[in-house]
Structure formats: C-alpha cells, structure tokens
Design a protein around this ligand. Structure first.
Ligand SMILES: Cc1ncc(COP(=O)(O)O)c(C=O)c1O
Length: 376
C-alpha cells in the first residue's frame, strides 16, 4: 500500500478512535457464530479464548462431585459455602466487605460500566472489550487511548485524557490482546496519580501467569487509595472458565455501592458447584504451578517459532501471543478457521495482527505447521 494511502487510512482509523468508535478486537472469522466441537475427533483446535487447556484442578473436580448432593439447596443453606467470601478475602489478605463476587469477572466489568455510566471512561485501545463495549451500549463516552508502538498502555496519554467528567479508568495488566505488562512500580505510580482524580480499575485476569516480583497485585494500594479497585477471575490460571466466577476487590464503600445497587445478594449469583470448586482450587497451588509451567514452555516454543518465521511478536506475559501478520492479504482468522484453528485477528492502523491462545505443546505445533502452510 502506498505511504499516502496507509497514512490516510491511519488518520481515518485514529479519528474513529477519537470518536469512541475504535477498533474492537473481534475476529473477522466470526468464530463466535459457529458450532463447535473441539477435540481430537473433530480436529478443531480452539486457540481463540485464552482458556487453560489443562482443565480444572483435580481437587476442584472432587469438590464439585462432593457438592452435587447439595444442588437442591441454596448456597446460604450449605454450611461449607458460607465461608466462600471469607476464604477469598483471607487468601488475598483483605476484609470480606472488600470482596464482590460475580458470575465471571466479565459480569463485574459490566457492573463497573453500568455504575460509571455518567461522564466518561478512559481505557486503552485495543483492550479487553467487555467494559468499554458495555459502556458504549449505555451511551457513555469512552476515551480510547492507542497503545504505544511497543503495545504498552500509554500511561501519560491516559493520565492526560482524564478530565473532570471521567468516572473510571480501566487498565488491563497484563494486557489483552497485546499480552504486554507494566512493571508493578510503574503501574503503582500511575494508579496513585490517577486515583487522585477518578476511580481506577485494574483487571488482573492474567496476573497469575507472572512470577515475583512482576506478579504484585495492585490490591496492596486499596487501603490507602479508596479509588482503586482490582478485578480477578477463576477462568484463566484456575482453568474454570465454564464454571463462571470472578471477583472485585475494592474499598468497602465502593463494593457496597456496587453490591447494593445491582444485587440483592451476590453470593447466590454463583452456583454451589462453582464456589466449592473455587475454594478447592485456591488451595491447589500445584495445579496453578503446573498450568503456569506448561503454559510457559508452550508459549516459548510458539514465540520462537513465530520469530523464526519472521513474525513480529512482543514477549508475552500471559497465555496468548499477539503477533503482527506481515503483509497478510486475507482475513487471517477466517483462513485459519478453514484449517480448523480458531484464533483472533483484526486490523489496526499499523496492519493486521493475530492473537493466538497458548494451547498444549501439541496444539501449538499444529498451529505453527498450519501457519507455515498458509502464510504468503
Ligand atoms: C482481561 C480479561 N478480563 C476479564 C475476562 C473475563 O473473564 P471471565 O468473565 O471468564 O471471568 C477476560 C476473558 O478473556 C479477559 O481477557
């Protein structure tokens, strides 16, 4: 494409972003609309949803089986579940009044979008879509700040975008879809500064794929900064995406506001089986360790293979990799779909990028083999 054309296209797209009509990271393969039947028999490999391919903890599995007999009961009539919120609070060293449990963190993100519907919301672009997408549906202005050239959150630009009408800043760290991370000290400084002006929500869905000192949660700031909240999920490292449980940790006043506005009782929004599994999974550190190590090995293989094939990929701190599709002319996700691989791709001002979730080592080998076949 001639330079003038690409510049024109870039300008068109950036002005769309400025209008809040930015690029959503939806695959052009429309994989949400197709019937799925994964596994060896169908040959279909799902590398599109950043799931944990190793399944739930064996301890979580047996906790579900033990709880099945109590499925006729509401959660508040099952003694062992009464302590779910307390256990979560004690695991993260906060008070139970600081915890808001939701059926998946996606539902928590929607609550934030609904609650802060007046004024505007500031976030990155691209970023995880539920919160900004819900906000836009509500008619809330979303100020979308492009990632830097290195695909990092542009923190100075985000700070500069906060104005007197900003109700919320949303930061996903490590980031989705770019898989990059902000060092804890940098993010802490940003949170402290932004929290002087507005509420800051940090999405730590992928934080458990990091190791110390990078895996420091922003929860430690909440006591001192009531404007800071953190949202987490059991869907990723715990492998519980289908069981639907996530939670927000924030100042008791914010949690109370969210809880009393949107729920009669949050704890009955999540099933008994899910809570039993989550409590068991929290105790199974080895399951998380194994998931992390296997993810790291398969990710390393994928990253090196992509580099060998001359793709630009920034180091990933998550269970997915974001990579640039050098001059790929077609719809990458749709073309991979035809080869039985589900992943995501989208056009950005600097070209088409793909996002591939890290499956098992065997699945990633298949992905690389197919990539070699379809690339120009
Ligand atoms: C950054 C981020 N936050 C939140 C979620 C939502 O996860 P869940 O609703 O399964 O907890 C996802 C899911 O992919 C995600 O990538």
């Amino acid at each position: 494409m001639p330079a003038t054309n690409s510049r024109r296209q870039w300008l068109k797209q950036t002005s769309l972003a400025a209008l809040g009509l930015g690029f959503s990271f939806r695959s052009m393969g429309n994989e949400e609309g197709i019937p799925r039947n994964f596994g060896k028999a169908s040959g279909l490999i799902n590398l599109g949803s950043n799931e944990n391919p190793y399944g739930i903890s064996p301890q979580a599995k047996s906790a579900i089986l033990d709880m099945i007999g109590e499925s006729n009961r509401y959660q508040f009539n099952v003694a062992s579940l009464g302590s779910f919120k307390n256990q979560l609070a004690s695991y993260y060293a906060v008070q139970p009044e600081q915890v808001l449990i939701t059926p998946g963190s996606g539902e928590g993100l929607k609550l934030f979008a609904w609650h802060f519907h007046q004024g505007n919301i500031v976030c990155a672009n691209p970023t995880f879509g539920i919160l900004p997408g819900t906000a836009k549906k509500n008619g809330t202005q979303v100020k979308e700040i492009p990632l830097t050239k290195e695909k990092l959150h542009d923190l100075p630009a985000i700070l500069a975008a906060i104005d007197k009408n900003t109700g919320l800043v949303y930061i996903c760290n490590p980031a989705n879809p770019s898989a990059t991370m902000l060092p804890p000290q940098v993010l802490k400084d940003f949170c402290r500064e932004a929290a002087r002006k507005t509420v800051v929500l940090i999405d730590e869905a992928y934080l458990d794929f990091l190791v110390a000192p990078d895996n420091e949660s922003m929860i430690s700031l909440i006591d001192q900064y009531p404007n800071i909240a953190v949202i987490k999920t059991f869907s990723k490292i715990h492998g519980m995406a289908g069981l639907r449980v996530g939670f927000t940790i924030g100042h008791p006043s914010l949690v109370k506001k969210l809880e009393s506005t949107y729920f009669q009782n949050t704890q009955i929004a999540v099933s008994n089986l899910t809570m039993a599994a989550a409590m068991a999974s929290l105790k199974d550190e080895d399951h998380r360790l194994q998931s992390r190590l296997k993810n790291e090995a398969a990710r390393q293989f994928t990253f090196e293979s992509l580099r060998e094939l001359n793709y630009t990929a920034y180091p990933s701190f998550t269970n997915f990799i974001f990579f640039k599709l050098n001059n790929y002319q077609g719809d990458f996700a749709a073309d991979m779909m035809k080869k039985n691989i589900i992943l995501r791709s989208a056009n950005y001002p600097d070209g088409q990028w793909g996002r591939v979730s890290i499956g098992t080592r065997e699945e990633m080998q298949k992905f690389i083999d197919i990539l070699k076949m379809i690339r120009p």
